[in-house]
Design a protein around this ligand. Structure first.
Ligand code: FAD
Length: 218
């Protein structure tokens, strides 16, 4: 698997030792999440909008209503930038300014392509469901023709991407450790809680293992 090549835009300048273009690392961060923040320019002003994504091979797919500004802007070929962040910990340092967070994050720059055709759109919809909960597609109603018509599916080729990772303790000087405050890391993890059944659901259907024991990545 070829790594990403840093470009003028994706070259990590601030703390470059934390930057990476390792494709495997970038994909592992992307695959642990499924929500990204997409930044684009609307009427000359910057906007950031959160949305779901799915990674399939060397592409990210986004989907949304044909009425969505985000979808319409990206479908027009406008350049955008998206971010995915995993918060791994809160770093308690002896000094106020030494505090930090541990994280793994990815920035992707690009332009989207509209996914045309019912078969390709349906395949992408299936990927969306399966990426979030593997094994779910077979148990749900597929999108209707009308629902597919009202949905824009966009493909984002993963060409320009960077990762940045911080791990470990504070980077304070030894002398700072005379401060009275506790120092260390509070690890953070994005985990599912026990599933809550919909009161309108069929009580005879209990949550299967892929829902009972849900974890990321799928
Ligand atoms: C959860 C979290 C909290 C953070 N908190 C702070 C904070 O409080 N203060 C602070 O200054 N910084 C913080 N950062 C780091 C921040 O994301 C930037 O890396 C940093 O501020 C430098 O910004 P810059 O525009 O000067 O980066 P530059 O190094 O100039 O960015 C150049 C290019 O490097 C890549 N890049 C930069 N940052 C990232 C990233 N985080 N992930 C992937 N690619 C990246 C992008 O492609 C970007 O276009 C935090 C990051 C995360 C994930």
């Amino acid at each position: 698997m070829k790594n990403f090549v840093p470009t003028e835009r994706t070259k990590v300048r601030r703390k470059p030792d934390r930057g990476s273009y390792d494709r495997e690392l970038i994909y592992s961060i992307l695959d642990e999440a499924f929500v990204c923040q997409v930044a684009f320019i609307d009427n000359g002003l910057p906007v950031v909008v959160p949305t779901n994504y799915v990674r399939v091979g060397d592409k990210l797919f986004l989907h949304g209503s044909t009425a969505s500004r985000l979808m319409k802007t990206l479908a027009s070929g406008a350049p955008f930038c998206l971010n995915v962040t995993l918060l791994d910990g809160i770093v308690c340092a002896p000094s106020a300014t030494g505090h930090s967070v541990n994280y793994r994050s990815v920035v992707v720059m690009g332009k989207a392509e509209v996914v045309e055709g019912e078969t390709a759109k349906l395949a992408a919809m299936r990927d969306f469901v399966e990426y979030v909960i593997r094994g779910r597609w077979a148990t749900v109603l597929p999108p209707t023709e009308q629902e597919l018509k009202g949905t824009l599916v966009l493909a984002v080729p993963l060409v320009e991407a960077s990762a940045k990772v911080r791990a470990g303790f504070a980077v304070n000087d030894e002398k700072d450790y005379s401060a009275p405050g506790w120092t260390g890391v509070i690890p953070m993890k994005w985990v599912s809680q026990p599933p809550v059944p919909d009161p309108r659901g069929n009580p005879a259907i209990s949550a299967p293992a892929n829902i009972q024991h849900y974890s990321r990545p799928q």
